[in-house]
Design a protein around this ligand. Structure first.
Ligand SMILES: [Fe+2]
Ligand SMILES: [Fe+2]
Length: 275
C-alpha cells in the first residue's frame, strides 16, 4: 500500500436484511445516525440487503442506501438472501451492478465487488467466468495501489458460526487467486459473526449483522470500521445498539520483493468482543 496519500475512513456494514422478522427499525436509525456522525469516506455493504429478495424489501433497502449515499460513496454487493425469488433483477434495477471495479486514484486504492450469490440457494459460488474476470481486473491494478475485494460469503471458516454450511463452493480457487494477485483486504459478511484474520499478507475481514437480531450465541448487532493511511490500518468493531467501538486488529503495510504485504498485530477474536 505504498503511496497512500490520505487517511481513509471506511464503514463496513453487512446483513441489514430488510424484511427479516428480527430486523429492527430502531437499529437502522441508530446505525444511520452513527454513520452520519462518523462521516466516513466510503461505506461498504457486503450483501444480504433483504430477507427474501422481494421488491418491497428492496424498496426499503434502497431508501436506507440513499441515506447512506448522502453520507459517503457507497459500494454494494448482493448476498444469498438477495438472490432469492429472482431478487437480483430488483438488485440490478434498484441498487446497481452486482460486480464492479472502482479505482480511487486519490488514495491509490482499487475496490472490486463480486457476486457470490446464486438463485435460491444459500451456498455461494464465484464461478469460472467471474474468477477470470477478477484475475484480469487485478492484473490491471497498478502495483503501488492497494486492492480490496468484496463478496458476501465466507472465504474461510469463521469461529462461532456453527456447522460449516452455506459455504463458498469454490473458495479454494478464489483464495489462491486473491493470494497470487497480492490482494490486501477481503471484506464479507454472511453468517452474522464478525471476524478478522490475516492470511498470506491479506486481511480477511467479515462483518456481523448490523440491524437484525438473527444472532448466534451471545453475539450482538454490529458492523466494522476500517481506518487506513499510508503505513497502517486499524479495524474496529462497532456495536449498533450503543455505538460503542472496540479495536479488533491493527495492521502494518510492509514492502517486500513481491509487493506490499500486510502484517497484523493486536489481533483479537472479534466474536468475543463485548460493548
Ligand atoms: Fe445474512
Ligand atoms: Fe448470507
Amino acid at each position: 500500500m505504498e503511496g497512500y496519500n490520505m487517511e481513509k475512513n471506511i464503514v463496513h456494514i453487512s446483513d441489514v436484511h430488510f424484511g427479516d422478522p428480527t430486523h429492527s427499525d430502531d437499529l437502522v436509525s441508530k446505525l444511520k445516525s452513527q454513520v452520519e456522525e462518523e462521516n466516513p469516506d466510503v461505506i461498504i455493504l457486503s450483501g444480504d440487503l433483504t430477507y427474501s429478495g422481494f421488491i418491497n424489501e428492496y424498496l426499503e433497502a434502497k431508501e436506507f442506501i440513499e441515506d447512506l449515499k448522502s453520507a459517503a460513496e457507497t459500494y454494494i454487493v448482493p448476498g444469498n438472501h438477495d438472490a432469492r425469488n429472482v431478487g437480483l433483477e430488483h438488485f440490478r434495477n434498484l441498487i446497481g451492478d452486482t460486480n464492479f471495479v472502482k479505482i480511487d486514484r486519490s488514495c491509490k486504492l482499487a475496490v472490486i465487488g463480486l457476486n457470490s450469490s446464486r438463485p435460491d440457494v444459500d451456498d455461494g459460488n464465484i464461478g469460472a467466468f467471474q474468477l477470470k474476470w477478477l484475475k484480469s481486473k487485478l492484473e490491471r491494478v497498478p502495483k503501488n495501489f492497494g486492492t480490496m475485494v468484496i463478496f458476501h460469503h465466507h472465504l474461510i471458516p469463521i469461529p462461532q458460526s456453527g456447522r460449516e454450511r452455506n459455504i463458498l463452493l469454490d473458495s479454494g480457487d478464489l483464495l489462491q487467486l486473491l493470494i497470487d494477485e497480492g490482494v490486501d483486504i477481503v471484506l464479507g459478511g454472511h453468517k452474522h459473526v464478525p471476524n478478522v484474520v490475516t492470511l498470506e499478507g491479506m486481511a480477511v475481514i467479515n462483518a456481523g449483522t448490523a440491524t437484525t437480531r438473527r444472532l448466534r450465541g451471545t453475539g450482538l448487532p454490529c458492523y466494522n470500521q476500517l481506518i487506513l493511511n499510508e503505513v497502517d490500518m486499524e479495524a474496529n468493531l462497532v456495536f449498533t445498539e450503543s455505538g460503542i467501538k472496540r479495536n479488533v486488529a491493527n495492521y502494518t503495510f510492509v514492502e517486500t520483493d513481491s509487493g506490499v504485504k500486510i502484517h497484523s498485530y493486536n489481533h483479537k477474536a472479534a466474536f468475543r468482543m463485548k460493548p
